[in-house]
Design a protein around this ligand. Sequence first.
Ligand code: HEM
Ligand SMILES: *[C@@H]1O[C@H](CO)[C@@H](O)[C@H](O)[C@H]1NC(C)=O
Ligand SMILES: *[C@@H]1O[C@H](CO)[C@@H](O)[C@H](O)[C@H]1NC(C)=O
Ligand SMILES: *[C@@H]1O[C@H](CO)[C@@H](O)[C@H](O)[C@H]1NC(C)=O
Ligand SMILES: *[C@@H]1O[C@H](CO)[C@@H](O)[C@H](O)[C@H]1NC(C)=O
Length: 327
Amino acid sequence: MYPLLVTLLLCTTTMASASSLRRGFYSEMCPEAESVVREVMMKAMIREPRSVASVMRFQFHDCFVNGCDASLLLDDTPNMLGEKLSLSNINSLRSFEVIDEVKAEVERVCPGVVSCADIIIMAARDAVALSGGPDWEVKLGRKDSLTASQEDSDNIMPSPRANASYLIDLFARFNLSVKDMVALSGSHSIGQGRCFSVVFRLYNQSGSGRPDPALEPNYRERLDKLCPLGGDGNVTGDLDATPTMFDNQYFKDLVAGRGFLNSDQTLYTFPQTRGLVTLFSKDQAAFFKAFVEGMIKMGDLQSGRPGEIRRNCRMANSRAFSVLLES
Ligand code: HEM
Ligand SMILES: *[C@@H]1O[C@H](CO)[C@@H](O)[C@H](O)[C@H]1NC(C)=O
Ligand SMILES: *[C@@H]1O[C@H](CO)[C@@H](O)[C@H](O)[C@H]1NC(C)=O
Ligand SMILES: *[C@@H]1O[C@H](CO)[C@@H](O)[C@H](O)[C@H]1NC(C)=O
Ligand SMILES: *[C@@H]1O[C@H](CO)[C@@H](O)[C@H](O)[C@H]1NC(C)=O
């Protein structure tokens, strides 16, 4: 029995490449897949409006670390430190239970067919569409990774202190343009961030002992009240003035000096990106178009490593088997 299990596992492990991704991938094997994902996302949004923003963020944190392979979703094991506790993710990424709910519902209608990596991509699209943003067709057909790396996440994911020129270089490593980077930062049109991510710019920007001069004074006062020096770093504030609506308010806020994160505000203070921020602040359609292009390009990132269709998004199938055998 044991060798048979091993053979089965090896047989279901295959490579996936960006060229194998296509629209309507599940139309024959699981025609309900996309509507099921949207349905669960809608319920999550009603239960807790912020949860769709939290789920949308998964696409960025998954795709940048060894491609869009749901490595982000793997829980740590005795032999593997995964990505959930990396510097950018610990005490910050949330709403993993929404992905579990989507997966359970998708497994109910088509067991063993839809990857967790594709669920992240569909759910991110749905989060934007349900929040009043653009809607688009996503390419599907990804496989789920067998492993994850905390170290890779730590090495790649940017800090909220990052500036625009650092972010331009980082995104270029993934063949994403300056326009892609600015438009994708517009995802901060929904959701919240922690005081932990902004206190340095309120009280000691770049070690100056002073606040970030780019902060508009009234907005700074509000943030000072929300995030006093030495206060609770887990308190959260809105990333823009309309945190449940996906719109171009984020860019209007940056022009007004009301960007929450330093990484956001520098998109306006740095000359390389200022023109794009101004454009998107005035032309929501241009923002939506560039955003969709960026999301599709980011969704094409692949590791080229072997993959599988995980049964449980939190663990590789081989581990699910050994947990089963141990119990
Ligand atoms: C450009 C570089 C980026 C940086 C430096 C950055 C950084 C951050 C930080 C620091 C937070 C708040 C985390 C916390 O305080 O706990 C955040 C939240 C968020 N980020 Fe980004 N991010 C970037 C790009 C992106 C991209 C490309 C996406 C998605 C396409 C994204 C989606 C989100 C969302 C939706 C939230 C709110 C999540 C929630 O409410 O739970 N971010 N980001
Ligand atoms: C931007 O950030 C990088 C990396 O932290 C730093 O080396 C660089 O000096 C910064 N650029 C400016 C103009 O502040
Ligand atoms: C970026 O594009 C180049 C040239 O097309 C390609 O060789 C490289 O693999 C791409 N990098 C990523 C991370 O997709
Ligand atoms: C501000 O930052 C600098 C450099 O990071 C540090 O040396 C200094 O002690 C900090 N000041 C305060 C008040 O935290
Ligand atoms: C936030 O809460 C977590 C868990 O309760 C705690 O471990 C962490 O230290 C807190 N983080 C900050 C920045 O206060």
